[in-house]
Each structure stands twice: as structure tokens, then as C-alpha cells.
Design a protein around this ligand. Structure first.
Ligand code: TXA
Ligand code: MG
Length: 339
């Protein structure tokens, strides 16, 4: 298949919208990461997302809407907690899980009784949903298991020739995927941290429960609240090892392991202590910058032929919880604690 490379010009967006209406797959920019979109109400179109990505069929998708008014017909009920959170954080990087309405195809919900919905703030994503008239099911636009793409070049690397089109909207502002919360039960539960932080959620709805899988590896055979969290994920081919410690302790640990294919994934301004090749992913105190740069840095490790990367551990607070959650999975939960 020849993949069309489209821009944000009116004609190109019309063409992308027509492809979506036709049941084809189009990669689109959002404020978090690029998504691989299909008409969420067309089961066959949604099924082809799984083939293009090589995604396990038991991992459900997020449905993207452009207008809060589109929510009620996709879900059984809208709990008051969800209404309050949508008022504050939609459009934006927050996904909420509801009991699903009958119109949601099984391909979207992977057989669950719930559906994940988000209203993105990216102008191109919003326009494509409006122009096509379709709610869009869209997982991140990477091959399953790789780091999510934060620009169109990274989408092309993974999906060129496998999908109908890629719309180039530049670099994604946030850089990690949306916060996912379950609002279908009695409490609000965090399944995946993102740029809408626990503190931001609690400011609106009081207490938020943090699912065990956010910070811990699921035991073999355990049922995941969010199926996507059970896989080794966001991982480059290089082996990633997370190292917790002060700049000096981190550098000493990494320097003692220098050798062919060994590199550091460190914070900006802390390179001087290192005797191995390095890539940086932001300043230690700037979680937003780390979120913005992490996935591209992980892909660069592979481009540079790194086989073992020692990653400086981010502080797991605020947006840093999302950065830590993704790095933990990239590392397959391999953490060295020097503290
Ligand atoms: O920022 C984002 O959320 C991006 C952009 C494109 O919007 N999308 C994204 O989709 O990250 P994906 O498929 O890569 O991640 C969706 C996550 C997965 O971990 C999946 O298991 C979980 O949300 N999820 C989706 N529907 C669910 C449901 N009904 N119950 C529990 N978890 C669900
Ligand atoms: Mg993904």
C-alpha cells in the first residue's frame, strides 16, 4: 500500500477525512502522541488497526470525540465525577473509561463492557473528527511495543506502506500518552498517568485511587485493569536499566560499566560526569520537558546502535509520574536503587 503524506492544508484534511469515512486508517497528530485513527463505529475499520500495528486483540482502544455533546451516545451513563472532570480538562490529555453503549463495536472495547473516551485539544485532531463526522478510535501510531511516535517521521518509520495516510502536524506538545482513569465504578481510579496529574484530578474530584499496575509489574496470569499496562512497552531494542540516585552516584555506576554499546540516558546539565556516550531527555527538575523528549530519545538509542542504556531515574511526581511509568516499562521493571 502506498501511504499518502498529507499536511494540515484544507484540501489534505478533506482527503484524510474522506479516507476515514471510507474505513481507511489515517495517522493523525494529537497533543499527546500521534494516533492511528479509524471510524470508531466501523468494526472492520477498527479491526484493521490491530493488523497494521501488530497489536494484541485483547487491548482496547480510545475513542476520540471533538465535542462533549458526542459523549452520551457512546456510553451508558456519564457519572458526575466524569462530568466535572470533562468541564475542567476536556479538550486535553485525559481519557475516561465508562460503561459502554451498544453502538461501540467489540473491536474497540476488546470484549470489555467499558469504553475509553477522550476529547483531544490538537486542532488537526479536532478538525478531522468534525470533517469526517466520525468518532475516531485511535491507539498510538507505533508498531505495537515500540515507543509512541511524537512526530510524523517516527510514524513513517513504523507504519509507512501499512496505512492509507499520515497527516503531519509537527511535534506533539506533551510527548507521553493521555492520563487514563476509570470512572465506571464507585471511585475514580488512575490506570495510566499522563499530563493531567493526580494532583490535578484530586483538585476536582477529591481522592483518586492509583491502580497497582501504575508502579508495579503484574504477576503472571493476573487480570489487568488496563490491558495495555501488562505488556513490556514503549521499549527500544536496546536494553534499558533505570538507575535511581544522585547525579554523582548515577555517573559512578554508569562509568564503572562503560564498554561497547553502553550508553547513558541522562538529564541535561549532568553529562560532564559521564565517561560513556550519552543522550539527554531534559533537565532533572523539568518533568514536562522529560515527557516531551523521552520517546524520541528512546528511539535514538536504537539509531545509535546502543545495546544497554542506563537511564537516570525521573522524580515520580506530577507529570514525572508518567515519565517514570513509561521508563519502568521500557526497562521491563529493571531498576537499580543507589539511594
Ligand atoms: O494520548 C493518548 O491516549 C493516545 C492518543 C493517540 O490519543 N492514545 C493512546 O492509545 O495512547 P493506546 O491504545 O496506545 O493506549 C490506550 C490505553 C491502553 O493501555 C489500553 O489498554 C487502555 O488505554 N484502555 C483503552 N480502553 C480501555 C478500557 N475500556 N478499559 C481499560 N483500559 C482501556
Ligand atoms: Mg500505545
Amino acid at each position: 500500500m502506498q501511504t499518502l503524506h498529507l499536511t494540515d492544508k484544507e484540501n489534505d484534511l478533506q482527503q484524510a477525512a474522506a479516507l476515514l469515512q471510507n474505513g481507511d486508517l489515517v495517522a493523525i497528530p494529537t497533543e499527546t502522541v500521534y494516533g492511528l485513527a479509524a471510524d470508531a463505529l466501523n468494526g472492520a475499520a477498527v479491526a484493521s488497526i490491530f493488523t497494521a500495528k501488530g497489536r494484541p486483540m485483547d487491548n482496547p482502544l480510545i475513542v476520540h470525540i471533538a465535542d462533549k455533546a458526542a459523549l452520551p451516545r457512546l456510553v451508558e451513563t456519564v457519572p458526575s465525577s466524569a462530568r466535572q472532570l470533562a468541564d475542567v480538562y476536556w479538550p486535553g490529555p485525559l481519557t475516561m473509561i465508562f460503561k459502554k453503549a451498544a453502538c461501540i463495536p467489540d473491536e474497540v472495547s476488546a470484549g470489555l463492557a467499558t469504553v475509553a473516551v477522550r476529547m483531544p485539544s490538537h486542532p488537526i485532531a479536532k478538525q478531522l473528527i468534525s470533517l469526517s463526522g466520525c468518532p475516531l478510535a485511535a491507539p498510538s501510531a507505533n508498531r505495537s511495543g515500540s515507543p509512541s511516535p511524537t512526530d510524523a517521521r517516527r510514524v513513517t518509520e513504523d507504519l509507512d506502506g501499512r496505512i492509507a495516510a499520515i497527516v503531519d502536524g509537527g511535534t506533539c506538545a506533551v510527548g507521553v500518552e493521555s492520563t487514563v482513569i476509570d470512572v465506571s465504578g464507585d471511585t475514580v481510579r488512575l490506570l495510566r498517568p499522563g499530563a493531567v496529574t493526580v494532583e490535578m484530578l484530586e483538585a476536582v474530584v477529591g481522592t483518586v485511587e492509583i491502580d497497582h499496575a501504575v508502579l508495579n509489574q503484574l504477576k503472571q496470569g493476573a487480570v489487568a485493569a488496563s490491558p495495555g499496562m501488562k505488556y513490556k512497552h514503549y521499549a527500544p531494542s536496546a536494553r534499558v536499566i533505570l538507575v535511581k540516585g544522585s547525579p554523582a552516584a548515577y555517573a559512578a555506576y554508569v562509568n564503572a560499566r562503560k564498554g561497547d554499546g553502553v550508553a547513558a540516558l541522562c538529564f541535561d546539565g549532568e553529562e560532564d560526569l559521564l565517561q560513556v556516550p550519552f543522550l539527554t531527555y531534559g533537565e532533572r527538575a523539568n518533568s514536562q520537558e522529560q515527557a516531551h523528549r523521552l520517546f524520541d530519545a528512546l528511539r535514538r538509542l536504537d539509531e545509535q546502535g546502543v545495546h544497554t542504556a542506563y537511564a537516570a531515574c525521573p522524580a515520580p511526581q506530577g507529570v514525572g509520574l508518567a515519565v517514570y511509568n513509561r521508563l519502568l516499562r521500557a526497562a521491563g521493571f529493571e531498576v537499580i536503587d543507589l539511594e
